[in-house]
Design a protein around this ligand. Structure first.
Ligand SMILES: [Zn+2]
Ligand SMILES: [Zn+2]
Length: 240
């Protein structure tokens, strides 16, 4: 499994790109989140025409801000029209995305397909409803293939659902990598404080994203995605 980040910043860190990932999983190419900086990044990298599936963690602009532009691009600029597929963790979240898209694309199904997440074997969602912003649907995702388990938190003020799943997955005896959003500020539960993630470092291989590394305190021990060249997208990294 390959995971490379297209951006590692938070909502306001435009220069780092909004956090989003390119994942190659069981022969499928997956875009995970499509925030405000992602469409230009997909154009720059040439990945824009390579997407099989799209996963969305939640509907803040730094995660969906250019989703409709991406779908319109596929419809009007792709040599052979081939609709990408949004994998929805639940029917209600599918309807949530449908409503969001319908503001700019009145008939979304003309531009995108929706499918349930279980269409991809080894992929499951982590329902984190209300744990980023009260009342807001949010999801993390877990990818399991024959060799490895990768867990992606999405924006999350309470990391317990991620580590509850990780604890169950440990029984499978495979290496686990956890990509977790993180903040260096006291965040009132909207994001996960680095001291919370540090408690898990003895047990798990964790890399943090959705932050500005310029804010890193000297005592931080959580490895950052942005410091791992292998985790940042580069053209030689694709295997498909
Ligand atoms: Zn965010
Ligand atoms: Zn958010």
């Amino acid at each position: 499994m390959h995971i490379q980040f297209l951006g590692t910043g938070g909502a306001f860190d435009y220069q780092l790109g909004n956090s989003a990932a390119w994942i190659e999983f069981r022969g499928h190419r997956i875009l995970l989140d499509c925030g405000s900086t992602v469409y230009p990044r997909l154009r720059e990298t040439g990945l824009i025409h390579e997407i099989d599936y799209i996963l969305i963690t939640h509907c803040h602009d730094d995660h969906v801000g250019t989703l409709s532009t991406l779908l319109l691009h596929h419809a009007y600029n792709r040599p052979v029209p081939n609709k990408p597929i949004i994998l929805a963790p639940t029917l209600s979240f599918r309807n949530h995305l449908y409503q969001l898209l319908s503001f700019s694309i009145p008939v979304p199904e003309d531009f995108v397909k929706f499918a349930p997440i279980y269409e991809l074997r080894g992929l499951e969602a982590i329902d984190t409803f209300g744990l980023h912003v009260p009342g807001m649907p949010t999801f993390g995702f877990c990818f399991e293939d024959e060799d490895e388990i990768v867990i992606y938190s999405g924006d999350l003020g309470d990391s317990r659902p991620v580590f509850d799943l990780a604890a169950r997955k440990r029984r499978h005896g495979k290496p686990i990598r956890i990509f977790h959003e993180m903040s260096f500020e006291e965040t009132n539960g909207v994001h996960t404080h680095y001291k919370e993630l540090e408690k898990q470092l003895d047990t798990y291989n964790i890399f943090a994203y959705h932050l500005d590394p310029a804010d890193t305190p000297a005592n931080n021990r959580v490895p950052l995605v942005i410091d791992q060249p292998d985790l940042l997208w580069h053209p030689d990294s694709t295997t498909l």
